[in-house]
Design a protein around this ligand. Structure first.
Ligand code: SAH
Ligand code: SF4
Ligand code: F3S
Length: 452
């Protein structure tokens, strides 16, 4: 039974990648602009948006259990919208399997939520998984709120078609947002309190646009422009594809102070045979050559990657090459996953699927290697002096938590506010975080921020 019409409160729950987090924020802003208020912590919301991820099987299955859990003690349900990549991939199935879902909206159509809510309030069940020519970005409300760190989607979609991956189907073709719109959104985020912006894209380094002078430019020029925004202290970007790692972008790491020394460059596997079957269109050698060029201009760069173990046909010898690659690179951090066959992707029907227990064992060994590398990277930070961008209070009195330039979590005791850049000396390192001690200088504060 569903008894909510014309919702007055909402909650948006986002799963999956950072782009979904960004989309979730934009949906929240859109709903707020409609006069619907965010539900207070612990309170039932009239409208719940589940912003879903389809990348691996477990992520997709989670949606159905989440829908079930939204049922209240009195048997009623909120107005439920399923958004995100599961909505795009399995919209019809959701509508059949989950009668309590009234709206299904894909990642490129969520700007139409207000009309959908009106229709759902009138008793209809509505699906919108269009990928319209007019983009959501043209009609979403302007950014008004931001914490010290903000996401900014600059590019969406993927034309690479790795054989295991759903993203080209759920997010559509590669699309770059226009230069001027991005500079404008970045400025607004900074006015709203952001001191760090992470530029997002499924292949962020494939971003291309035209600058004010009408010249065709790549991501490094956009970064250069954003680096001129006063108060914006830090710029990051993710996720990059090795094939779009231009020399211009590499050089930017040596030239732009605000561009943080961190590069997330997924490789997926350490065996050329597996990379070929994955349709990655790069080799281990070409990948390592890129990292070498980045290290040449920015020797302290922190490197990060994604790995899939147990891709169809992966042998123990292939997997050993992945372990060797991890040690050869010396990653600061990594994400690693067991291969998950996704419906409609070429790899799902390949022969030689690797048994689950073999995959689980490889994942464990890979994660041990990754953790060892991460710990070594952290240990090498002891004695360094760096700025920490303060994101929140710690558990102890006077304790603050933030990030180093290399994206490590750092905690310290001292005088600070959220959004400060505090200079610390790193005094000890654990596997997942560092301890710092502030050194003499006053914290750098965002004096000219409109939000201050
Ligand atoms: N565009 C990015 C990453 C997109 S998805 C890139 O090309 O690197 C994020 C990560 O999820 C991928 O890097 C990959 O490691 C993992 N992934 C994607 N599809 C997967 C699948 N079917 N099974 C397991 N992991 C997967
Ligand atoms: Fe998926 Fe490959 Fe595209 Fe990344 S590059 S989103 S892994 S298809
Ligand atoms: Fe998941 Fe879609 Fe992101 S499948 S990882 S939410 S692009």
């Amino acid at each position: 039974m569903q008894d909510i019409k014309n919702p007055r409160t909402y909650r948006v729950k986002s799963f999956g990648c950072q782009m979904n987090v960004y989309d979730g924020e934009r949906m929240a802003e859109l709903l707020s602009a409609q006069g619907i208020a965010p539900a207070a912590d612990g309170q039932d919301a009239d409208l719940v948006v589940l912003n879903t991820c389809h990348i691996r099987e477990r992520a997709a299955e989670k949606v159905y259990s989440d829908i079930g859990r939204l049922k209240r003690d009195d048997g009623t349900t909120p107005l439920i919208a399923v958004a995100g990549c599961v909505a795009q991939a399995e919209g019809e199935e959701i509508m059949t399997r989950a009668p309590s879902v009234k709206m299904v909206v894909g990642p490129q159509a969520y700007h139409r939520l207000p009309e959908m809510i009106r229709a759902a309030s009138a008793g209809e069940r509505v699906t919108d998984t269009d990928m319209p020519a007019q983009t959501k970005f043209d009609v979403l409300p302007r950014r008004r709120r931001s914490g010290p760190t903000a996401f900014l989607t600059v590019q969406e979609g993927c034309d690479k078609f790795c054989t295991y991956c759903v993203v080209p189907y759920t997010r559509g073709a590669e699309f770059s947002r226009p230069y001027a719109a991005l500079v404008d959104e970045a400025q607004r985020l900074v006015e709203a309190g952001a001191r760090e912006i992470t530029l997002l894209g499924q292949n962020v380094n494939a971003w291309a646009g035209e600058n004010a002078a009408g010249q065709r430019v790549g991501l490094e020029r956009l970064i250069r422009e954003l680096a001129c925004i006063p108060v914006l202290a830090r710029i990051r970007y993710t996720t990059s594809h090795p094939n779009d790692m231009t020399q211009g972008l590499i050089d930017a790491h040596g030239e732009i102070d605000a561009l943080m020394p961190f590069l997330h460059l997924p490789v997926q596997a350490g065996s050329d045979r597996v990379l070929k079957a994955m349709n990655r269109s790069h080799t281990v050698e070409s990948y390592l050559a890129i990292l070498e060029r980045v290290r040449a201009v920015r020797p302290d760069i922190a490197l990060s990657g994604d790995f899939i173990v147990g891709f169809p046909g992966e042998t123990e010898a292939d997997f050993q090459q992945t372990l060797q690659l991890v040690d050869a690179v010396g990653y600061a951090q990594c994400f690693s996953f067991t291969y998950s066959p996704r419906p409609g992707t070429p790899a799902a029907t390949m022969g030689d699927q690797v048994p689950g227990d073999v995959m689980a064992d490889r994942l464990q060994r890979l994660q041990a290697a990754i953790n060892r590398n991460q710990h070594a990277f952290n240990a090498a930070s002891v004695g360094k002096v760096c700025d920490v961008l303060v994101e929140r209070r710690g558990k102890l009195a006077g304790q603050w938590l933030g990030k180093s330039p290399w994206l490590q979590s750092v905690h310290f005791l001292g005088d600070a506010q959220i959004g400060d850049l505090v200079r610390v000396e790193i005094v000890s390192a654990g596997p997942n975080s560092l301890a710092g001690v502030p050194i003499a200088a006053q914290p750098s504060r965002a004096q000219s921020s409109a939000a201050a």
